[in-house]
Structures are given as C-alpha cells and as structure tokens.
Write a protein that binds this ligand. Sequence first.
Ligand code: IPD
Length: 265
Amino acid sequence: SLPTPEEFAALAEEIAREAGAMLLEKRPARPQVLLTKSSPTDVVTALDRAAEELIRDRIKAARPGDAILGEEGGATGEGAVRWVVDPIDGTVNFLYGLPEWSVSIAVEVEGRIVAGVVNVVPRGEVFTASLGGGAWLAGERLRCNTGVPLSQALIGTGFGYQAGRRKVQAEVLTHVLPAVRDVRRAGSAASDLCSVAAGRLDGYYERGPNYWDYAAGGLVATEAGARIGGLHGRPYSPEMTLCAAPGLFEELHDLLAPLNPERDA
Ligand code: IPD
C-alpha cells in the first residue's frame, strides 16, 4: 500500500533539506559568478542539474517505481505516484545572492497533489504540507490572512522571461498597482505561495509559471486556507495562477479577468 500524504511529505522534506544544503555549500559568491569567463547562467545551470540529480537519486532509492517530472530532467517513469521537482526556484535570486530561492518538491498520487515541500534555503525555512494535514513551518500551523479587502491587500506576482509576455504583464500591473496596498516581486513563485500561506502576502497572481514552480507551494497555500485557481473558474495552470483567501480571491479575479492577462504581445 502507498505511504500516507504525511509520509510522502516527510520523505520530500528530507530530500529537499539535503538538496538545499548542497546548494548552499556549492553556491559561489556572487562576484565570482558574475566575473567568471563562462556565462554566469552556466554556473547556475550546472548546480540546478546537480541538485535535480541528487533529488532524483534519493527518490529512486526510496521509491524506485515512481515517476518524476523535473525542470531540468523532464518526465521519467510512469505510475500512480509522480514527483514534481524544481531544484532551484528563483534562479536569478540564486545567481545574485538574494535570499529568496527555494527547492520545491511535490508528490502527486493519481494526478492529485498530496504532499508539498518548499525549502527556502537562504532563510532556513522549510514549508511543508500534506493533503488534509495542514501547512506547517517550524512546527507551527500556517493560516493565510482572511478578510482583507483588495484595496488593503499586499499582492505578490512574478514575470516571465520573454519580452512579449513581460509587456502584457507590465500593462496588467498598471491596473493592479493602483487598486491594492502594494505589489511585491520576490522572485520565486514557490516561495510567494508559501508567503500567502504564512500571511506575509495577502494574495498572489502570475501568468506563466511552470507547473514545478507552484505544485508544492500551491498545496502549502491551500492547506493554509487559501483558494487557488485560474480565471473564469478554470483550474490553475501556467496560463494563470491566482491565490488568496476566499473573498480576496474573487476580488482579485474580477480585477484581472477583464484585462485578459493570459495573452502574449
Ligand atoms: C521563476 C520564478 C519567478 C517567476 C517565474 C519563474 P525559475 O522560476 O518562480 O518568481 O516569476 O515565472 O519561471 O526560473 O527561477 O525556476
């Protein structure tokens, strides 16, 4: 029989902690990275790959039959259980030494996310969640903020990498910014969703993150009482991921939907 969601979360946590420790140790100081002759992104890519390999090895050792979807290594294996891995979410922060990057690991059973772990490594914060078992940080159960109106809300978002998409994201922002308390762009979608869970953000939206960016953080947020979804009742997806407490979720949705934020210029 399969492990429980809590058991999957415990294994994911162990692996995310080990990968985080490796990355913290191997991350070169920023000047070194930026002054290196090879492209700075190569250094990051090499560590990204090394971390995903470590994670894949540990998953395979513990659960040889499971499928894995990773940002670097793509999809391997098939079966009822699939691990969804982002070895470094927030790669630009990682490159610059900003303290907001994370190792993100989610576990799906029959297509449903049952466990999620986000290790925000530089802060030493490991967020964990299991389906029906709540969201946790350092032994404390997390609860998202509730009852915050849109006009008072601190909203997180992110931007993609292509210029055309950014143009639309900037345009959408001209409507969001005057309607809310303020906007944050922290640089890691996984961590943003955990911030919603912890009440450090009231809500989050982004057009464009990949599944591995938000799979684990999404469960952390929903287990903390937040709602997650797309536009017009659609499930959340790379087209649009919206997350906030019920009430604020709808207000944010109604602000965004008419702006048609899923288009690319
Ligand atoms: C990115 C980060 C960023 C978000 C981008 C993602 P990566 O992931 O999560 O916050 O705005 O959409 O692609 O590339 O650092 O793994």
